[in-house]
Write a protein that binds this ligand. Structure first.
Ligand SMILES: C[S@@+](CC[C@H](N)C(=O)[O-])C[C@H]1O[C@@H](n2cnc3c(N)ncnc32)[C@H](O)[C@@H]1O
Length: 188
C-alpha cells in the first residue's frame, strides 16, 4: 500500500486561523445538513475547526465523534471544546494505523470528510468504513484541497465512494471546488 504523508500535528494550529472562514465558513458549508439531536462524525478532525461548530449545531442532545490518528490533535480539540462549552457533545476517538476504530455502526446521520482522504493509504477501504458508520440515507460531505489532490485522484475517490454504496446528492458550486455531497443508498 502506498505511504501517504499525514498533516503534522503542529499544522493543526494553522487550520484554526480565523481567516480560513473566508474559504471554509463552517455554517455556510455544513449547517444546512446538521440538525439538533443528530449524531455526526468529523473524520480526520485535527483540532476541531469544524467539530466545535458541529457540536453547537447538534446541541446538548446530539453527539460529534471526532476521529483522528494523532493524539495531540485530539488533546487540543478537547481543550477547545471545554472552552467553547461543548465538551459533552464531543467524543474523541484515536484511530491507529494498526487498527481502525469500528465502533460506530449505522449510527451517524452525517459524516464530514474534509481534506483527509488524500492522507489515507487505502481510500477504497476508507469509503467502505464511512458507509458502515452512516444510517441509510445518511449524508457524507466530502472535500479535498485542490492544491494537494488532482482532479483524477478526486474522481477515483468518487468511484470508491460509489462502490461503497454512495450516490451523489449535490455538487456544491465552488470555483475552488473539489467537493461532493453524497447520500448513502438504501440498497446496501
Ligand atoms: C489536513 S488535516 C484536515 C483536518 C480537518 N478536517 C480540517 O479540515 O480542519 C487532516 C487530518 O486527518 C488526520 N488523518 C489522516 N489519516 C487519518 C486516518 N486514517 N484516520 C483518521 N484521521 C486521519 C490527520 O491526522 C489530520 O489531523
Amino acid at each position: 500500500m502506498e505511504e501517504k504523508s499525514v498533516c503534522p500535528w503542529w499544522m493543526g494550529y494553522f487550520l484554526l486561523i480565523p481567516i480560513r472562514k473566508f474559504s471554509h465558513h463552517p455554517s455556510k458549508l455544513l449547517k444546512h445538513f446538521i440538525k439538533e439531536g443528530m449524531t455526526v462524525v468529523d473524520y480526520g478532525s485535527a483540532m476541531g475547526y469544524f467539530s466545535i461548530p458541529m457540536a453547537k449545531y447538534v446541541g446538548e442532545d446530539g453527539k460529534v465523534y471526532c476521529i483522528d490518528i494523532q493524539q495531540k490533535m485530539l488533546d487540543k480539540l478537547v481543550r477547545r471544546a471545554k472552552n467553547a462549552g461543548v465538551e459533552q457533545q464531543i467524543i474523541p476517538i484515536l484511530n491507529t494505523k494498526e487498527k481502525t476504530f469500528m465502533g460506530i455502526r449505522e449510527e451517524a446521520d452525517f459524516v464530514l470528510l474534509f481534506a483527509v482522504a488524500h492522507e489515507v493509504p487505502d481510500r477504497e477501504k476508507l469509503f467502505r468504513y464511512i458507509a458502515s458508520m452512516l444510517k441509510p440515507r445518511g449524508i457524507l460531505y466530502f472535500a479535498e484541497p485542490p492544491g494537494h489532490v488532482s482532479k483524477e485522484e478526486f474522481e477515483e475517490s468518487i468511484s470508491f465512494a460509489e462502490k461503497a454504496g454512495f450516490v451523489i446528492r449535490e455538487k456544491p458550486t465552488s470555483k475552488k471546488g473539489l467537493t461532493i455531497v453524497f447520500e448513502k443508498s438504501l440498497n446496501i
